[in-house]
Design a protein around this ligand. Structure first.
Ligand code: ADP
Length: 398
C-alpha cells in the first residue's frame, strides 16, 4: 500500500511517499515558496534528484506538481496517482476534539477550522493542504488527519487546567494541549517494542529535543502530562523560545519596552531561548562549539537547557510515582551525547545509572545508554514523524 504524507505550511508542502508494506520511502521533497514564485525539490529513491522552479501560485498547483513528479516517466516512482491509497496530513491542532487520528470528512474539516484561533499559523495551511489534495487526487482517495495534539488528550484535568478564571478558560478553550504528539506516541511505543516490554506496563518519560523541545509523561499506555501548553512556547527553553518564565515578565516588558502584543509575542517566540541567552545561535552545534572556545553565555544557555530538562524529568517521575524508561529523541536528543549526559547527571537518586561508554559518540541509532543494573532504562530512539503519520493513515484506511 502506498501512502503519501503531507505536512503543509503557509507557503510550503513537505511530502514523502511511503510503501507502507516495506516502510521504504519511494520519494520525498518539498514544495516551497507557494504563492511567491515556487520551488519544488523532489528526491526519488534510486533516481536523480529533480528541482523545478515552475510558478506555484497556490497549494492546489503545488500538490498537482508533486503528483506530476511522482508519476513522471523519467523521475517518477509510480505509474499512476490511483496507486496512492491514502494521504496522511500532519495537522497541528485538534483542540479538545481528537485524541486519535481521523479520516477527513466535512465534520473534521469544520473542527480543524474551529481550531484556527488555537493554531493560527498552522491549521489554516493544514486545511488548505487537505482541500488541495481533495481537488487534485482521484475522487474517494481517503485523507487522514494526524494531529500533533491528539496523543496528549488523555491528560487528566489537573494536568491540563490552568489556574485562570475558569469561565475564561472555557470561553477561549484555554488549557494545556501539548504538541509533538506524533513523535511522543511513536517513540514511546517504539521503545517498549525495542525493550521487549508491554507498553501499558511502563512509566515512560519521552524527551523530544529539537528546535522545539517537549517532554511527555506516559503511564498505563496514556499520556499523563506534557511540557508544552496552549501553544508550543511552554516548557523548557528552546532554540528561540523562552519556555516557561514568570508570566509577570510579559506585562513588565510590554510596559517598560513599550511593546505591542504582537511585538511581545515575537520576542517570546523568536528572539529568546538559547539564542537570546547566548547571543550566538539557536543551533546546538554552534553553541557547543562556542562554549568549547570559552564563550560563557553559550555555556550558560547549554547549562540552562540541561537543568530545565532535568527538572522536568524529575517532576514527571514524581507525577508518575517513578519512571522505568527515559527516551531521548529528535535533533538534539538523537545527536548530542553531552546534552543527554548533562540532563541525566544527578538523577542517580531516582535510579538512573548512566553508561558513558554506550552514550559517547552515539548518534541517530536506537540504543540503551544506561547500565544493565540501572533501575531506569535510558534510551535513544530516533523519531520518524512522517513514518508514524503513514502508519496511522494505513491503520485507519485498512
Ligand atoms: P525540528 O524538527 O524541531 O526543526 P530537529 O529535531 O531537526 O528540529 O532538531 C534540530 C536541532 O538539532 C538543531 O537546532 C541542532 O541544534 C540539533 N542538532 C542536530 N544535529 C546535531 C548534532 N550533530 N549535534 C548537536 N546538535 C544537533
Amino acid at each position: 500500500m502506498k501512502i503519501l504524507v503531507i505536512n503543509c505550511g503557509s507557503s510550503s508542502a513537505k511530502f514523502q511517499l511511503f510503501d507502507i508494506d516495506t516502510g521504504a520511502v519511494l520519494a520525498k521533497g518539498n514544495a516551497e515558496r507557494i504563492g511567491i514564485d515556487g520551488k519544488l525539490t523532489y528526491k526519488p529513491a534510486g533516481k536523480e534528484d529533480f528541482v523545478s522552479t515552475e510558478p506555484m501560485p497556490d497549494h492546489k498547483v503545488a500538490v498537482q506538481m508533486i503528483l506530476d513528479a511522482l508519476v513522471d516517466k523519467d523521475h517518477g516512482v509510480i505509474a499512476d496517482v490511483s496507486e496512492i491509497a491514502a494521504v496522511g496530513h500532519r495537522v497541528l491542532h485538534g483542540g479538545k476534539y481528537y485524541s486519535e487520528s481521523v479520516i477527513v470528512d466535512d465534520d473534521v474539516k469544520r473542527i480543524i477550522r474551529e481550531c484556527f484561533p488555537l493554531g493560527p499559523l498552522h491549521n489554516p495551511a493544514n486545511l488548505i493542504g487537505i482541500e488541495a489534495c481533495e481537488d487534485v487526487l482521484p475522487a474517494g482517495t481517503p485523507q487522514v488527519a494526524v494531529f500533533d495534539t491528539a496523543f496528549h488528550q488523555t491528560m487528566p484535568a489537573k494536568a491540563y487546567t490552568y489556574a485562570l478564571p475558569y469561565e475564561l478558560s472555557e470561553k477561549y478553550s484555554i488549557r494545556r494541549y501539548g504538541f509533538h504528539g506524533t513523535s511522543h506516541r511513536y517513540v514511546s511505543h517504539r521503545v517498549a517494542d525495542f525493550l521487549g516490554k508491554n507498553y501499558e506496563d511502563l512509566k515512560i518519560i519521552t524527551c523530544h529535543l529539537g528546535n522545539g523541545s517537549s517532554f511527555a509523561a506516559v503511564k498505563d499506555g496514556k499520556c499523563q502530562d506534557t511540557s508544552m501548553g496552549l501553544t508550543p512556547l511552554a516548557g523548557i527553553c528552546m532554540g528561540t523560545r523562552t519556555g516557561d518564565i514568570d508570566p509577570a515578565i510579559v506585562p513588565f516588558l510590554m510596559k517598560n519596552e513599550n511593546l505591542s502584543a504582537d511585538e511581545m509575542d515575537t520576542l517570546l517566540n523568536k528572539k529568546s531561548g538559547v539564542e537570546g541567552v547566548s547571543g550566538v545561535s539557536s543551533d546546538f552545534r554552534d553553541l557547543e562549539k562556542a562554549a568549547n572556545e570559552g564563550n560563557e553565555r553559550a555555556q550558560l544557555a547549554l547549562d540552562m537547557f540541561a537543568y530545565q530538562g532535568k527538572k522536568i524529568i524529575g517532576s514527571y517521575a514524581a507525577a508518575m510515582g517513578g519512571a522505568d524508561v527515559i527516551v531521548f529523541t529528535a535533533g538534539i536528543g538523537e545527536n548530542t551525547d553531552k546534552m543527554r549526559k548533562a540532563m541525566c547527571e544527578g538523577l542517580e537518586y531516582m535510579g538512573v545509572e548512566f553508561d558513558d561508554e554506550a552514550n559517547n559518540g552515539l548518534r541517530g541509532k536506537e540504543a540503551i545508554i544506561s547500565k544493565p543494573s540501572s533501575k531506569v532504562t535510558v534510551c535513544v530512539i530516533p523519531t520518524n514523524e512522517e513514518l508514524a503519520i503513514a502508519q496511522e493513515t494505513e491503520r485507519l484506511v485498512r
